[in-house]
Write a protein of this length. Structure first.
Length: 944
C-alpha cells in the first residue's frame, strides 16, 4: 500500500490551532511545507481564511444569531449548525467565537487543551464553559478539542476534496510533558473529529524539526560549534522544556532528544491573567469583578499584550469592561495599559533575572482561575534553571565535564508567540549567556506561532527519509510497581527472586514500535479476577535502568500514572481464578503512549493487552509505600470467619459484640491499621455478607467494620471493584429495622465509603433520602414504602457527604436543611452537612458539581445569623467551608463575605488554619481533614 500523498501537521494549541502540510508529489527532494489558511467566521455570515484559528468556541443563546450567521463553506445546512444532536457542531469556532465571547464570556470555551491534563476533573464530562449558568450548553474538554479538529478537517476537505484528512498522513502535536492519560484523550478527540489515525509528536521536538528542515542544506555548518541545545517552548497554556544533544560524526549530523521537563501549566494565559489582575483595581476599585466581567477583562488584557509586545507597538492602549444588566453602557469602565508597564509586568513576573541555583516556589497556594490549577511560581527562568540542574548527567555527556562546572546548553531555540516581543526573547538569551559565562547561540525561528505545525509535517517527512530525524525515543522510563498487601504484585508477581518495589518495563530512550520483554523475569498472574497494575514514570537521569532491572521508587524522581485495572479473562474458563505464569512485554507505540502486554509463558498465543485508565491520578505520596501485613493477620481473619463463617454453632452473642475489640487486641488500635490491612479485612468481612443477617448484633457489627475497613471508598487498588460488590447491599437495607443503632451504623457505613460511589449511585442514594430531609409541610404526606428509616442525624451526615450529585439536587437538599435549622428544632450538627453540601472546595468530587456561589452565599448568611461564640459551634466550621477560597472566581464568594467570616472566626478563637482558609488557597491539615471527613483517613492515605 502506497504512502498517502499529503502529510499534515496539526498544532492543536491552547490559544490557536495551526495546520501545515506537504505534498509529497512535488518533484523536489524536499517538498515545501506550507501553512494552510483556515476559513472561519469573523462576523455574522462573514468568513475569512487565516493561518491562526483561535482554539475557542462560543455557545450562542437561542435566537442570539440571525439565520445564516453561522454559515461556513462546508455547512451541513443553511444555518451551518449541522445535525442538532452533534455536540461538535453546536458552537461557533474561531475568530467570531472570541468576538462573541468578549461580550458574553460565560458562553465562551477556551483553554480546552489545559483541561485535558487537569486530573482533578472528569475530562470527558460536559464542564465547559467553566462556571457557566445552567442554561448554557456545556461540552467536555475532549469534545471541545474535537470540535476544533473537526473544523480543521472540514477546512482541509473543502480545500482538497479528493484527499480526505482521514486518509492523509496526519501528525498531531502535544506538549512533551503530557502524560499518557492526556495523550490518550487527545487521540480520543481526534477520533471523534473523524481523524482516527494520527501520530503524536512532542511540540519542542516539532519546533526543532522545523529548524532542521529549514536548514536542511546547512544544518551541519550552523551547529558546528554546538553540542547541546535547549528548546524553551512557551505556548498559550503550557511551557515545555527539552534538551537536544548535537553530535557531528563521520556519518554526518546526529541530533538526539535527551531530556524533557515536567508538566508546567504555565504560558500566555498566565500572562493575560497577571495583566488582568494588575488592571482590575483600576477598573473596579475596592471590589473584585464578577466571573463574567473578569473573563472579559482577561480577553481585553490578552489583546493588549499582543498589541503592546509586538514590534512597532503604540505607547498605550485601552482595556474596557462593559457594564452589567441595565447599566451595560453606563457601567462601562476603561483603563490604559502602557507598553513599558506590560513589558515590566511580563518580564519581572515570568522572566526574572535569576541565578542557576534558583528554584521555583512550591507553595501550595498556586494561582487558579476559571478552575485551572496553574503552577505556583510563574517564573519561567526559575523553571529553566531547575530543569537544567536536574539533567546535569546528560548535559555533561553532551558538552563535557568542565572541571565539575555546571554543564549548560550552548544553543537555544525559542518557540511560541510570546517571543515575538524582543525584550522577552532577549531576556532568555541573556539569562542563559550569563549562566554559561559565554554567549549562547540563538537558533532562528522566524515564525514562532507556526513552527510547531510546520515541524510536525517535517517530522512526518523525516520518517519517510526526507530530512534529518531526531533520535531519543521515549522521554521517560516506565516502571511496574511490585508488592502488595499480601506480598504479591498488584496483578502479577515475580516468582524469580525476592523483589524490591518496582521493575523497569521500558527504559528512557526506547524507540517507538520496539517490543521489549523483561529478560529472565516470569510473573504470576491471577486471571478471571479483577487486578490492578500500578505504573510509574520518570524523566530522571540519575540512574539508567534496563528492562527487568529492580529498583526502589521514590517520590522525588518517580511519578505514579493512572493505574491499569482489568479483569483478564482466560481462554479456558477452567483457569478462572488461577495463577498463570506470564512474561511482560512493553512498547512505546507510534503515538507516543505506553503499551503493556502480558504473554502467557506456557501458552504464548494467549496475550492480554493493558490499557490506561484516563480518570484520576495517584497521589505522589504513595510511590514507595509497600508494606507487609500484620504478623497476626491470619488470626484476625480467622476471628472474622468464626463470627461470619458458615457455621454459627459455637458463636455466642458476646463473640459477635466483642469482634471489634478482639481485632484490636490482635492488630493494635484500629486508628493505626494501614490501608492494605484494612482492605484485606474488608475482604474477609465481605465474605460473610450473607451471614450478617444472623442477628441484630451481627448486622450492626458488620456495618460498623465494613464501613471502617473500606473508608473512604477510593484511593487504593481495586476499591472501585469493592464498592461495586458492596453496592448490592444498598437495596437490601437494614434487616433489623426497629433497631435505631443498626440504622445509625448503616448510615455511617455509607458515609464512610461515599467517596467511592459514582454519580449515578450517589444521586439514587440521595433521592432515596429526600422524603426524610424535606421539611414537613412541603413533602408528600405518605412515607415511601418499606420500613421507616431511623437514625436521622447520621442520615443527614450521609447526605452531606455526597459530592457527586448535580448542583441542582445538592442545592435543593441544602435549602431544606437550612430551612429546618431555621425552624429551631433541628440538631445544630446539621450545619456540618450544609457546609459539606455547599463547600467551595470538594473533598473528593469534581469542582464542576459544586453548588452555585449564590446558593452558598445564602446558606452562609443563615450560618452567620446563628450565634457561635466558639469554633466548636457547628455553624462555625460550616461557614468556613462555605467561605473557603478555592482561587476559582466562579466558585468563590465575594471578599466582603469572606472577611466577615474571618472576623467572626477570629472573635470565636478559631484556629489560624481556618482564618487562612477564607483568605487564601490552602490545603486542609490533618485535624480539619478529620473534621470534614467525619473521622481520620487510613494511615498513608491522603486526599489532594
Amino acid at each position: 500500500m502506497s504512502a498517502p500523498r499529503y502529510i499534515v501537521g496539526i498544532d492543536l494549541g491552547t490559544t490557536n490551532t495551526v495546520v501545515a502540510y506537504a505534498d509529497t508529489a512535488e518533484a523536489t527532494e524536499l517538498p515545501a511545507v506550507h501553512t494552510l489558511p483556515i476559513p472561519s467566521l469573523v462576523g455574522p455570515g462573514e468568513v475569512a481564511a487565516r493561518e491562526l484559528l483561535p482554539s475557542a468556541r462560543y455557545h450562542p443563546a437561542e435566537g442570539e444569531l440571525p439565520p445564516g450567521a453561522r454559515t461556513l463553506p462546508w455547512s451541513a445546512n443553511a444555518d451551518g449548525t449541522g445535525p442538532t444532536n452533534d455536540t461538535l457542531a453546536q458552537g461557533v469556532v474561531g475568530h467570531f467565537a472570541l468576538s462573541l465571547g468578549a461580550r458574553v464570556p460565560s458562553r465562551l470555551v477556551t483553554s480546552a487543551k489545559s483541561w485535558l491534563c487537569h486530573g482533578a476533573v472528569d475530562r470527558t464530562e460536559p464542564i465547559l464553559p467553566w462556571g457557566a449558568p445552567a442554561d448554557v450548553l456545556k461540552v467536555s474538554p475532549v469534545d471541545a478539542s474535537a470540535s476544533y479538529l473537526a473544523h480543521v478537517r472540514a477546512a482541509w476537505e473543502e480545500r482538497f476534496p479528493g484527499a480526505p484528512l482521514s486518509e492523509c498522513d496526519v501528525v498531531l502535536t502535544v506538549p512533551a510533558s503530557f502524560d499518557e492519560a492526556a495523550r490518550s484523550l487527545t487521540l480520543e478527540a481526534a477520533t471523534k473529529a473523524g481523524i482516527p489515525k494520527v501520530r503524536l509528536v512532542e511540540e519542542p521536538q516539532a519546533a526543532f524539526y522545523d529548524w532542521l528542515y529549514r536548514h536542511a542544506a546547512d544544518a551541519e555548518k550552523e551547529l558546528a560549534d554546538s553540542r547541546l541545545a535547549v528548546v524553551v517552548d512557551v505556548g498559550g497554556g503550557t511551557t515545555d522544556l527539552s534538551l537536544i544533544r548535537v553530535e557531528l560524526r563521520d556519518s554526518g549530523l546526529r541530533v538526539t532528544r535527551v531530556a524533557v521537563g515536567d508538566h508546567l501549566m504555565l504560558g500566555g494565559d498566565n500572562m493575560d491573567l497577571l495583566l488582568a489582575k494588575h488592571a482590575e483595581p483600576r477598573i473596579s476599585p475596592g471590589a473584585s469583578l464578577g466571573t463574567g466581567r473578569f473573563a472579559e477583562l482577561v480577553a481585553q488584557s490578552r489583546a493588549a499584550k499582543e498589541l503592546l509586545l509586538r514590534e512597532g507597538a503604540p505607547a498605550h492602549t485601552s482595556v474596557t469592561v462593559l457594564g452589567a444588566g441595565s447599566k451595560l453602557i453606563g457601567g462601562t469602565k476603561s483603563t490604559e495599559l502602557g507598553r513599558e508597564e506590560v513589558e515590566s509586568q511580563v518580564l519581572e513576573g515570568f522572566f526574572p533575572e535569576v541565578g542557576t541555583d534558583a528554584r521555583p516556589d512550591r507553595r501550595s497556594s498556586a494561582l487558579m482561575e476559571f478552575g485551572l490549577p496553574y503552577v505556583a511560581d510563574p517564573a519561567i527562568t526559575k523553571h529553566l534553571a531547575a530543569f537544567l540542574g536536574t539533567h546535569q548527567d546528560v548535559a555533561r555527556d553532551a558538552v563535557g565535564d568542565a572541571d565539575g562546572a555546571l554543564a549548560l546548553p550552548d544553543a537555544v531555540l525559542l518557540n511560541g508567540g510570546v517571543y515575538l516581543a524582543d525584550k522577552l526573547r532577549d531576556r532568555v538569551i541573556d539569562t542563559l549567556s550569563t549562566w554559561r559565562g559565554a554567549p549562547v547561540r540563538l537558533l532562528d525561528n522566524p515564525h514562532p506561532s507556526l513552527a510547531v505545525a510546520r515541524g510536525a509535517a517535517a517530522y512526518a517527512l523525516a520518517r519517510r527519509g526526507k530530512g534529518l530525524r531526531i533520535g531519543g525515543g521515549s522521554a521517560r522510563a516506565f516502571f511496574l510497581a511490585l508488592g502488595g498487601a499480601d506480598g504479591h504484585v498488584d496483578g502479577a508477581t515475580d516468582t524469580a527472586e525476592e523483589t524490591p518495589n518496582a521493575i523497569c518495563l521500558l527504559p528512557k530512550g526506547a524507540e517507538e514500535g520496539e517490543e521489549l520483554e523483561l529478560p529472565g523475569r516470569t510473573f504470576s498472574l491471577k486471571v478471571g479476577k479483577p487486578v490492578r497494575f500500578r505504573v510509574a514514570s520518570s524523566t530522571s537521569d540519575v540512574q539508567h535502568h534496563r528492562p527487568g532491572d529492580l529498583l526502589r521508587l521514590d517520590d522525588e524522581r518517580h511519578r505514579m500514572l493512572p493505574p491499569i485495572a482489568v479483569v483478564l479473562a482466560p481462554k479456558d474458563a477452567a483457569d478462572t481464578g488461577k495463577d498463570v505464569p506470564v512474561h511482560v512485554v512493553s512498547a512505546l507505540t507510534e503515538i507516543g503512549t505506553l503499551e503493556m502486554n502480558l504473554v502467557r509463558a506456557d501458552r504464548p498465543s494467549e496475550r492480554w493487552k493493558l490499557e490506561f485508565q484516563l480518570r484520576g491520578t495517584s497521589s505522589g505520596g504513595e510511590v514507595g509505600q509497600i508494606r507487609q501485613l500484620h504478623p497476626r493477620f491470619a488470626e484476625a481473619t480467622e476471628r472474622v470467619r468464626r463470627v461470619y463463617g458458615k457455621s454459627a454453632d459455637d458463636v455466642g452473642p458476646k463473640d459477635v459484640k466483642t469482634l471489634r475489640t478482639d481485632l484490636e487486641r490482635l492488630l493494635g488500635e484500629r486508628n493505626g491499621w494501614d490501608t492494605p490491612l484494612l482492605r484485606e479485612l474488608f475482604g474477609a468481612l465481605f465474605g460473610g455478607v450473607k451471614r450478617r443477617r444472623r442477628s441484630s448484633d451481627h448486622e450492626r457489627v458488620w456495618f460498623n467494620l465494613v464501613g471502617y475497613t473500606l473508608r473512604p471508598g477510593f484511593g487504593y487498588p481495586l476499591d472501585d471493584y469493592r464498592i461495586g460488590e458492596l453496592w448490592s447491599v444498598w437495596k437490601d437495607g437494614v434487616q433489623y429495622a426497629p433497631d435505631a443503632q443498626n440504622w445509625a451504623e448503616w448510615w455511617i457505613l455509607w458515609r464512610r465509603v461515599s467517596g467511592g460511589l459514582d454519580a449515578t449511585k450517589q444521586e439514587a442514594m440521595l433521592t432515596d433520602l429526600e422524603w426524610y430531609l424535606e421539611p414537613e409541610g412541603g413533602r408528600p404526606k405518605t412515607r415511601p414504602s418499606g420500613p421507616k428509616k431511623l437514625g436521622y442525624d447520621d442520615m443527614v451526615r450521609l447526605a452531606g457527604s455526597l459530592e457527586h450529585p448535580s448542583a441542582e439536587q445538592k442545592s435543593r437538599v441544602g435549602n431544606w436543611l437550612v430551612a429546618r435549622l431555621g425552624g429551631g428544632k433541628e440538631n445544630p450538627q446539621t450545619w456540618w452537612a450544609v457546609g459539606r453540601l455547599g463547600a467551595r472546595v470538594p473533598f473528593y468530587g469534581s469542582a464542576h458539581r459544586v453548588v452555585p456561589a449564590e446558593t452558598a452565599q445564602a446558606w452562609l448568611r443563615a450560618a452567620l445569623s446563628t450565634p457561635w461564640a466558639t469554633p466548636d459551634a457547628p455553624a462555625a466550621f460550616a461557614a468556613t467551608l462555605l467561605a473557603r477560597v478555592s482561587g476559582d472566581r466562579a466558585r468563590d464568594l465575594d471578599e466582603a463575605s469572606r472577611l466577615e467570616v474571618r472576623a467572626r472566626l477570629e472573635a470565636a478563637g478559631a484556629p489560624d488554619a481556618w482564618l487562612r482558609m477564607v483568605t487564601e488557597v490552602t490545603h486542609l491539615d490533618a485535624s480539619d481533614e478529620r473534621r470534614v471527613f467525619g473521622e481520620s483517613l487510613p494511615p498513608g492515605l491522603r486526599l489532594l
